[in-house]
Design a binder for this molecule. Structure first.
Ligand code: SAM
Length: 237
């Protein structure tokens, strides 16, 4: 049933999924529902809702221009794997790093990676403020992605330090995206970024307002950012 809903939603949205991808998404859905009984992963479990609000929403940020072949991408505050895992299923060549501060969610993700046989996926247990200070992660990614983690002024400080100059920070945002973009203008500039594209998103069967924001990394992020854990949220730039 899930596969059917997903296939319909993808085709309404203009995305073609192969049989192999549909099977991988179906297994991911099964694992999500199974593990959700043991730990809090998501409030959304109905097949149609997961298909649209998790899978298609995650894929809504995909734009070939921003994802070169074998692009290195980092999903910051990935939770149960959104949007990183759907993008990896859609584009298996991507080199994906999943970052979250909650270790039990990473245990779930490790199981998904093994069960789906996903290659080139790394999980990192860290707060973004600490992860982005590690030499092997700082400014090493073509794309940093994030959904439902913080307002854009805070999120920019958590994500832009991971992005290499010339790469992109992609934020999946809800109804307040215009207000958030205005509020984050100074933070984005201080961190070396520039908002270059705002793509409104209409998900199949939903009328809510959402958009994907594309922020190009133009300059290296000053070494003072990100500030120590908790500070970006307490004192947004
Ligand atoms: N991105 C997923 C989604 O859209 O379904 C999860 C969203 S969930 C509401 C927020 C996630 O961000 C949680 O898993 C939380 O542990 C993680 N998180 C929040 N602040 C973080 C930080 N500073 N560093 C790393 N992870 C963080």
């Amino acid at each position: 049933m899930f596969t059917l809903y997903l296939q319909q939603a993808a085709s309404n949205y203009g995305i073609a999924l192969t049989q192999e991808q549909l099977e991988a998404f179906n297994r991911y859905y099964q694992l999500l529902v199974e593990w959700n009984e043991k730990m809090n992963l998501t409030a959304i479990t109905e097949p149609q809702e997961v298909a649209v609000k998790h899978i298609i929403d995650s894929l809504s940020c995909y734009h070939a221009d921003f994802f070169p072949p074998k692009a290195r991408i980092v999903d910051v505050g990935t939770g149960a794997g959104f949007p990183g895992i759907p993008l990896k299923i859609y584009r298996p060549d991507l080199q994906l790093t999943l970052v979250d501060s909650l270790n039990k969610r990473l245990t779930f993700l490790q199981c998904v990676i093994t069960e789906l046989g996903l290659k080139d996926v790394t999980v990192v247990h860290a707060r973004a403020e600490e992860g982005a200070r590690k030499k092997e992660l700082r400014e090493k990614y073509d794309v940093a992605l994030s959904r439902a983690v913080a307002r854009l002024n805070v999120l920019s400080e958590l994500c832009l330090p991971f992005v290499a100059v010339g790469g992109c920070f992609i934020a999946l945002k809800g109804a307040q995206y215009e207000e958030e973009a205005n509020e984050a203008r100074q933070a984005i500039s201080l961190l070396g970024g520039k908002l270059i594209k705002t793509q409104p998103v209409k998900l199949p069967g939903l009328d809510d307002k959402r958009a994907v924001l594309y922020i190009q990394k133009e300059k290296s992020t000053p070494g003072t950012y990100p500030r120590k854990p908790g500070t970006p949220e307490k004192k947004p730039l």
